[in-house]
Write a protein that binds this ligand. Sequence first.
Ligand SMILES: [Zn+2]
Length: 132
Amino acid sequence: MTTLHPEFVEYIPRELEEGILYISMKYKTAGHKCPCGCGNLVFTPLSPADWQLSYDGYGVTLTPSIGNWNYDCKSHYWIVNNKVRYASRWNDFEIDMVKKKELRDKKQYFKKRRKRNFRNWIYKILSLSCFV
Ligand SMILES: [Zn+2]
C-alpha cells in the first residue's frame, strides 16, 4: 500500500517528491505526485467546496476521494491516515456524473455564500440605521 507522508510547507514546491503530501495551510492547498506512478502532479484546494483535510498529529485524511480523470491514468483513490486506498476506476459515465455533481455542489456552495454575504450586508445597514 502506498503511503504519503504529510509535510507542512508554506509554499508547495515546484518539484514534488513521490510519497509526500505537501500541505500549505497558508494557501489552503495540498499537492502530491499521483501515487500510480504516472508522475502527474495533483493539487487539491482545501475548502468546504473542495477537499477537507484532517490531521491528528500523525496521519492526514483527505475527503472526498481524489479522481484524476483529467489524466491518462484516471486513478481514483482516497487518502486515509497517510495511506492511499484505491477506489474503483471510473468509467466515462461515472466521470460524467461526478463532474456534473461537483459542479452542482460548487454552484450551490457559492450561491449559499453569496446569500450569506448579502444577509450580512443587510444586517450591517440595519444596525447602522439604528444609530441615526
Ligand atoms: Zn496517475
